[in-house]
Design a protein around this ligand. Structure first.
Ligand SMILES: Cc1cc2nc3c(=O)[nH]c(=O)nc-3n(C[C@H](O)[C@H](O)[C@H](O)COP(=O)(O)OP(=O)(O)OC[C@H]3O[C@@H](n4cnc5c(N)ncnc54)[C@H](O)[C@@H]3O)c2cc1C
Length: 479
């Protein structure tokens, strides 16, 4: 059989574009096959934040950082349950990948930023340093930069071209199938994203994502159908990272990502099934999914009439009238007094009153002795002094991990993105990167930028390895 390409890349998100550019830059004849009518996958929907250590932006701002520090923190926070080899390269190649992106035209101003939407350098999640780089134009801007480079390199993209299967013989990849068409290549890079849009695969590989019941919704791209897991099942490939992914805490009635949904009132308190305050209400999504689990999976947000009235009206979910509509539907519970509210949600009156009383003694003065929420608020550039919760009627709504952003169960890779079979042997010429690969993204998300950087770094490595293995110039290959 004659080969059609040196390298076939499945998917045109961050991982796929990065892999294809890198393969071409290393001399390979490449094609990208994309299932959807447009490129970009979840990457184009994202904030485009990149986590990277030792970058020129950090240097300009006097932020001292290193890949070793990033590695240690990342591994420790994930309790060493992720794979050291791939994570090592994720950390060590994050800086070079970032400079590569700047060379392509990505704009990240050398200024401090306080959040994932303000271009510059910020601390995301629970990172132990400022290493989250927010680009101009967010995910769209990032994909445009990659696509411009793809165009310059004349790498073809076939849209509406969903790869239905891999062709693997004698533990070596031979190419892919797109329906009845067979395309042959020396190397294939699976960069087909996650499975957030596939309920059957979620049930099987990420059952915790169903904890939110009917309040579950996924914001990942439509193409996140989990084809990598179908390939794994068919070809006995090893899968890593089961039951892991990024879920965001949302109110039961929320249906949109916070850019559209809006935010709950700042003056709100989270209490557990006993009516006792249980967490920093603003704690980062890097860890709050775990905190929610630790409460026994029942958390109520409590706020008052003053907070409801002061919500903005130009968002979809967290707006004043919507709260009243949800009260009529019984999703939000209201009570004229805290005692009445406590009875309605089934928590001891005394506990709820004590929790709110303690809040009113602390947060309106800008200090939270119990959960140090003032630190969180300050780090976001917000006023740590919050309104008291004292004007009835009072409201309660359950908080659940309802919003699925990305999934972390993928094809197990080695440090250079090559895929293992379930017996622990590497499959010749088969690589995976991004959400389709397992090993880097863990149970804890650590901070904004983990997933896009994972895709770009491992995609870049996979592309280079796939190309260099054609020329057998192994001297340049990473180990
Ligand atoms: C709203 C939102 C905000 C986010 N913000 C951030 C952030 O700021 N920073 C961060 O690090 N992460 C963020 N994430 C997560 C991050 O965007 C993704 O995890 C990451 O971009 C995934 O990249 P990928 O290349 O692996 O997959 P994708 O970008 O999803 O690309 C996969 C592509 O493969 C295609 N495909 C699937 N199956 C096939 C097939 N069989 N054949 C051909 N093509 C196929 C898909 O259609 C898709 O285009 C965010 C996600 C969302 C949804």
């Amino acid at each position: 059989m004659s080969k059609d390409f040196d390298v076939i890349v499945i998917g045109s998100g961050g991982a796929g574009l990065s892999a294809a550019i890198s393969a071409k830059e290393n001399g390979a004849h490449v094609v990208i096959l994309e299932a959807e009518p447009t490129i970009g996958g979840s990457t184009i929907r994202s904030a485009g934040v990149l986590v990277a250590a030792g970058t020129s932006v950090q240097n300009s701002l006097g932020v001292h950082d290193s890949a070793e520090d990033m590695y240690q923190h990342y591994m420790d926070l994930n309790q060493w349950k992720v794979l050291p080899g791939p994570v090592w390269n994720f950390c060590h190649e994050s800086g070079p990948m970032f400079e590569w992106m700047l060379d392509m035209g990505l704009q990240v101003p050398a200024q401090h930023s306080t959040n994932a939407h303000m271009p510059g350098l910020t601390r995301g999640g629970v990172e132990n340093n400022k290493r989250c780089h927010v680009p101009e134009g967010q995910g769209k801007g990032l994909v445009e930069v990659l696509d411009k480079r793809r165009d310059e390199l004349e790498i073809p993209v076939r849209l509406n071209c969903r790869v239905s299967d891999l062709i693997i013989e004698d533990n070596k990849v031979q190419g892919v199938k797109v329906g009845d068409e067979h395309l042959f290549a020396d190397a294939v890079i699976v960069a087909s994203g996650g499975f957030a849009q596939n309920q059957d695969l979620i049930r099987k590989y990420f059952p915790d994502a169903l904890d939110a019941g009917t309040s579950f919704f996924a914001v990942a791209a439509d193409g996140s159908r989990g084809d990598h897991l179908r390939f794994a099942e068919k070809h006995d490939l090893k899968v890593f990272g089961e039951n892991w992914g990024l879920l965001l805490l949302t109110a039961r009635f929320q249906r949109f990502h916070h850019w559209v949904s809006g935010f709950p009132p700042a003056a709100r308190i989270y209490v557990d099934a006993q009516g006792v305050r249980c967490m920093d209400e603003d704690s980062t999504y890097a860890v709050n999914q775990g905190q929610w689990k630790a409460t026994g999976k029942t958390v109520w947000a409590i706020f008052d009439e003053h907070a409801r009235k002061n919500l903005p009206s130009d968002v979809e979910d967290w707006q004043p009238d919507r709260i009243l509509e949800e009260v009529c539907k019984g999703v939000v519970v209201s009570g004229e007094t805290l005692e009445e509210l406590a009875d309605k949600i089934g928590v001891p009156q005394n506990n709820l009153e004590n929790s709110v009383k303690r809040w009113n003694e602390m947060l309106p003065h800008g200090f939270d002795e119990d959960f140090r929420r003032h630190d969180t608020l300050r780090s976001k550039g917000s006023d740590p002094k919050l309104d008291p919760i004292d004007q009835g009627p009072f409201y309660a709504v359950q908080i659940v991990p309802g919003e699925l952003v990305c999934t972390h169960t993928g094809l197990q890779i080695n440090s250079t993105a090559q895929v293992f079979n379930s017996s622990g042997a590497l499959i010749g010429g088969l690589y995976a990167a991004g959400e389709a690969a397992g090993g880097v993204l863990g149970e804890r998300y650590v901070g904004a930028g983990n997933s896009v950087t994972n895709g770009l770094v491992l995609g870049r490595i996979a592309g280079a390895q796939a190309a260099l293995s054609q020329t057998e110039d192994l001297s340049q290959m990473l180990i």
